[in-house]
Design a protein around this ligand. Structure first.
Ligand code: AMP
Ligand code: GLY
Length: 444
């Protein structure tokens, strides 16, 4: 076996992706004494653009050769891939080279997120606790199954569907409608070639993310996000309206169970298939009365979970990501700020439905100026850009992630909300109740 590449003292990094998660990663990478040049494939995000230089090529699965050649010429040592889509398309395989490493799993390893039926089969073989479910590749057999079962269920497109492919159904009629949308109307395109019907689990949802270098698994502090758009967890699902880390709903003992019963057997089962997972393995778990069960795996950092994680992470992110990609994760120290981080997402009016772009954004400096010796406010950009007049404007549904770091969740949430009040753009809205699942429970 060849010796792992040591992390260079000056590491030139190319970051693929342009959302809030990538701004948070770039923000933390910039704090590393090892960072040489930081290049960006998606510099239209105004927050990201301030931190790096634009790479002349976007990631394009049909033309990875050009990007790889550009990396050669510009001495790129490490490529960090943020989103799942390029990973599922094989970006890590296409861009890795003897001279540079890629942070993010190979195409086959990314199937754990991109192909839910693959993930389900893997979990079944390795006896990993998950919802009981069945995979279907024909609408007729799925319909017969639904007609024969009258319990609440979740109907899921097997492929990538931008977080919208899981439909929670309380009645048979809803399940038949979900089947129709996925397999007949093909709302999610090819992602609906196969479909999963699984039992509906109840409990608190937790995001446990781990860095995995093929063998070593390093669990990060658990986080929780709020997917639904409305206060009190109501209304349609979004990419995520806010997240906090750590969460007390998963105690140290349960986290150890998750390590033993979920992460270790998953990484082992992948290895038995000849697949070495290197990158972030993210388990979306439901804490059921029968113990934690896996809802889904992702092969990348969560968005917005990444924002509070990066706000708390201590240590050198270049070295941490490098060691994960090099297979030397054992040798690095990863620590977290003991304070709690809470991220509240400011959105465009109308999101997750249609919304207008180009609204002038003001007040970010005032929001960050709320930082003091007890609390810190960090504003990460998700959907922003600079317009023709050089002004900062909205450019997406999720516009900004306002993260506050404070002594406890209540203080962090209050500070993030106060910071959000300082920021203005037409139609802006956010959820004021991020963390209530924990805060209300503690008060009860
Ligand atoms: P997924 O794309 O599989 O993560 O599902 C998206 C969301 O649907 C999850 O975050 C849960 O809120 C919900 N969900 C997925 N599977 C289940 C399940 N078996 N029981 C209850 N809720 C689920
Ligand atoms: N916050 C959920 C996700 O990133 O999938």
């Amino acid at each position: 076996m060849s010796k792992p590449l040591p992390c260079p003292k000056r590491c030139n990094v190319l970051l693929i992706g342009g959302g809030g998660r990538e701004h948070a990663l770039a923000w933390k990478l910039k704090q590393s004494p090892r960072l040489g040049r930081l290049w960006l494939t998606d510099p239209s995000n105004a927050g990201l653009a301030r931190l790096g230089q634009p790479c002349p090529h976007k990631y394009d699965k049909k033309d990875t050769f050009r990007l790889a050649r550009w990396c050669d010429k510009n001495d790129i040592n490490l490529i960090v891939i943020g989103p799942e889509a390029p990973l599922a398309e094989g970006a890590a395989d296409a861009l890795a080279d003897q001279r540079r490493l890629v942070f993010g799993p190979s195409r086959v390893a990314a199937q754990i997120e991109a192909d839910k039926s693959f993930a389900k089969q893997l979990m079944r073989q390795a006896a990993i606790p998950t919802a009981e479910g069945r995979v279907f590749d024909h609408a007729d057999s799925a319909r017969q199954y639904i007609e024969a079962h009258d319990e609440p269920c979740v109907v899921k497109a097997s492929g990538l569907a931008a977080g919208k492919g899981a439909i929670v159904c309380d009645t048979q009629a809803e399940a038949l409608d979900a089947l129709d949308r996925i397999m007949v109307k093909r709302e999610f395109g090819e992602a609906g070639d196969e479909m999963i019907i699984e039992e509906k689990l109840v409990g608190q949802e937790v995001s446990v993310l781990a860095l995995v270098d093929g063998r070593t698994i390093w669990l990060l502090d658990p986080a929780q996000d709020h997917k639904q758009v409305g206060e009190g967890d109501t209304g349609p699902n979004t990419g995520g309206m806010g997240a906090y880390c750590p969460t007390p709903v998963l105690d140290a003992e349960t986290l150890e169970t998750v390590q033993r019963e979920v992460f270790v057997p998953t990484v082992d089962a992948l290895r038995r298939e000849g697949i070495e997972f290197r990158g972030v393995l993210y388990a979306g778990l439901m804490l059921t009365p029968g113990g934690p069960k896996v809802l889904e795996f992702n092969c990348r950092f969560g968005d917005p979970e990444c924002q509070p994680l990066m706000a708390r992470l201590q240590g050198d992110l270049v070295e941490i990501l490098w060691s994960t990609a090099a297979g030397t994760l054992r040798d690095v120290e990863i620590d977290f700020d003991p304070r709690v981080a809470c991220c509240v997402v400011l959105c465009s009016g109308g999101y997750p439905g249609s919304y207008e772009k180009g609204k002038l954004i003001t007040g970010i400096e005032d929001a960050e100026a709320l930082s003091d010796d007890k609390g810190l406010v960090i504003v990460h950009h998700a959907g922003t850009t600079i317009n023709h007049n050089g002004e900062l404007v909205t450019h997406g549904g999720r516009v900004l992630g306002v993260t506050a770091l404070a002594g406890d969740l209540q203080s962090a949430r209050d500070l993030a909300n106060r910071a959000c009040e300082k920021i203005h753009f037409e139609g802006a809205f956010y959820r004021h109740d991020i963390g209530d699942r924990v805060l209300v429970r503690c008060k009860a």
